[in-house]
Design a binder for this molecule. Structure first.
Ligand SMILES: [Zn+2]
Length: 600
């Protein structure tokens, strides 16, 4: 008999002798009960003589399991729940079996699933469902071996209420089926954190033959315009690092409670509507999610400790796409802001914090704890340092070869470093030493040889910000057509000690509180909290209730919680806002405000 506690490796209970290769899923989406009824056939390789197959589950109500093609009833056992890891589903099999079929229902509190009421959507008529599986939430809606070290293919049949459209990160029919029955195929092997489903009242607009946008009808035109450069981005990415290997590239715009900027679900990026600014100024998000089609989805971090291999590479690649499509000044402004984000993050975490190292140590923790600016921005600057060291042509050739050689495989930090040293630096040991790789990978904080970014378009911004610091309203420049990034920099450059009168004056002159641009609004709110400028707080509350994107929520709630009155305000707002947030966000904000996370 199996013991109730199994060793946990790579945040999964899965054993290595019976490894899952393919899923055939039948999913019935029930909006009334907020559950998915699933029948999933799990195909696996039995590498030895394994007498059990172990799957990860979380809050799944498993009712029946069969083994073999003929669906022989077999015994199964659910191990003791272990917090965020869920519990192992241990299924008895015969050595010759290659498939088991699991019948189950998800919990209404499944953390991967967010069920929105019609009032939380743009159209207000239909409810909405979306999933977020990264990092270890796939197990809360599909029984699987839920770790990034393994890849699977899948087919799925999904039934949803009539009039609604279902989409998955997979090949799909692109049209609404009146009976609500949809079929999907994912022929390229993917890690389970990329399993994704969305159901809503959705419309489609093509951008090119292979790219397009899905969104609610109320925002489809705006979304299609905002992401109109997507084909140009794909072409730029292919010129840089080789062919796009996934067929179609579509973007699904979700309701504002989506906890992330974007999620790189294969063939179908999930995106926050907060990047729809009306001027394409925040579409680096698309460059980022698109870049994941190479770094992450094609060459995948083998463990969550190696997360920077996904995010650092993607942040680097994102900037290169931005440079190709919008020019170097644009990508350098973004790099500069990303350096500031890194400095700020390291300050918040503490310069010696383990989580400021590129190689993380997430054993025994929720891998979501490793999602800070570090894997993204420190990772970016490490790769930029390598580019500086060997020159762009050689670096680009190396990267292209790397994505080709390791396509559809996983990667660890030691294997990457060995490959880097043995190819790009084969004949130049000195240059490799100069990178001081250890200080990046295993050293905390920002290494001394971190590349510097200088941006000329920020000079006039700095001058004006400095003038505002003096306490009077400075003369305004005649020509005033700053980019979003210049405004972000301006608001960050202002001192945190401005008086109420000056804050009012700033708002009168530049109209920050009425901006529709989420990034500019965010910076204005951050400044307002620091300056305790009350007239901003009503708009901020509105923003926090409508938007669930963790990137904005985390710093705003953190900043508010720094003073007793601020913390009280934060708690009051959070009480109203929390029911509208995804579990990924409530987990973070509960922690910041030290709220008991009982009902999500
Ligand atoms: Zn990313």
């Amino acid at each position: 008999m199996h013991s109730q506690t199994l060793p946990v490796v790579n945040h999964s209970f899965a054993s290595t002798d019976a490894v899952v290769r393919h899923l055939d899923m039948n999913l019935n989406v029930n909006f009334d009960k907020k559950v998915i009824d699933g029948v999933v056939s799990v195909y696996y390789d039995n590498r030895g003589e394994a007498e059990s197959l172990i799957l990860d589950t979380r809050d799944l109500n498993v009712t029946k399991v069969t083994a073999g093609e003929k669906h022989r009833r077999t015994s199964f056992q659910l191990g003791t729940p272990q917090g965020d890891l869920g519990r192992p589903l241990i299924i008895s099999v015969k050595p010759e079996d290659r498939v088991v079929t699991v019948h189950y229902q998800t919990s209404p509190n499944a953390p991967a699933l967010q069920w929105l009421s019609p009032s939380q959507t743009a159209g207000k008529l239909y409810p909405f469902l979306f999933t977020q599986s990264q990092a270890i939430l796939a197990r809360s809606w599909i029984p699987c071996q839920d770790h990034p070290g393994n890849r699977i293919t899948f087919r799925a049949k999904v039934k949803v209420p009539k009039g609604m459209m279902a989409l998955m990160g997979a090949q799909n029919d692109m049209v609404k089926h009146p009976r609500g029955e949809y079929e999907f195929v994912m022929a390229q092997p993917i890690p389970t954190y990329l399993l994704a489903l969305a159901v809503g009242d959705l419309d489609f607009r093509a951008i090119s033959d292979r790219a397009g946008v899905f969104a609610e009808p109320a925002i489809i035109e705006k979304a299609a315009w905002e992401f109109g450069d997507t084909e140009k981005m794909i072409e730029a990415a292919e010129r840089l690092y080789g062919p796009y290997r996934w067929g179609r590239y579509d973007i699904l715009v979700l309701p504002p409670s989506f906890p992330f900027g974007g999620m790189e679900n294969p063939k179908l990026t999930f995106a926050t509507p907060t990047v729809i600014a009306g001027d394409r100024s925040l579409v680096s998000l698309v460059s980022h999610e698109l870049a994941h089609s190479w770094s992450g989805n094609l060459v995948t971090n083998a463990t969550w400790n190696d997360f920077w291999l996904n995010e650092g590479f993607t942040t680097y690649f994102e900037r290169r796409i931005q440079e190709e499509v919008y020019g170097k000044e644009q990508s350098e402004m973004e790099a500069y802001l990303s350096y500031q984000d890194l400095v700020e993050e390291v300050k918040t975490l503490g310069a010696n914090n383990e989580d400021t190292k590129l190689l993380l140590h997430l054993e025994g923790r929720n891998p979501d704890d490793g999602v800070t600016s570090v894997p993204y921005d420190k990772g970016y600057f490490f790769l930029r340092l390598i580019e500086q060291s060997v020159g762009r042509p050689r670096w680009d050739e190396f990267l292209k070869g790397y994505f080709e050689k390791y396509a559809f495989q996983t990667m660890t930090t030691p294997v990457f470093l060995k490959y880097l040293e043995g190819t790009l630096f084969k004949n130049d040991k000195k240059a490799y030493e100069n990178l001081q790789v250890d200080s990046w990978i295993d050293g905390p904080g920002i290494p001394a040889n971190c590349p510097k970014v200088t941006v000329t378009s920020f000079n006039e911004v700095d001058t004006l910000a400095k003038a505002w610091s003096s306490g009077t309203t400075p003369a305004q420049p005649k020509q005033f057509s700053w980019t979003t990034q210049q405004w972000q920099h301006f608001l960050r450059a202002l001192p945190r000690t401005l008086g109420n009168q000056q804050m009012a004056e700033l708002d009168r002159v530049y109209g920050f509180s009425k901006r529709g641009n989420s990034e500019v609004l965010f910076e204005w709110f951050m400044l307002s909290i620091a300056a305790n400028y009350e007239p901003s707080f009503a708009a901020m509350e509105e923003f926090l209730i409508n938007v669930g994107r963790r990137k904005f929520l985390k710093p705003i709630y953190t900043e508010m919680a720094k003073t007793p009155e601020g913390r009280e305000r934060a708690l009051r707002i959070y009480e109203r806002a929390r029911p509208g947030y995804h579990a990924v966000s409530t987990r973070t904000i509960d922690d910041i405000l030290k709220v008991e996370g009982s009902t999500r």
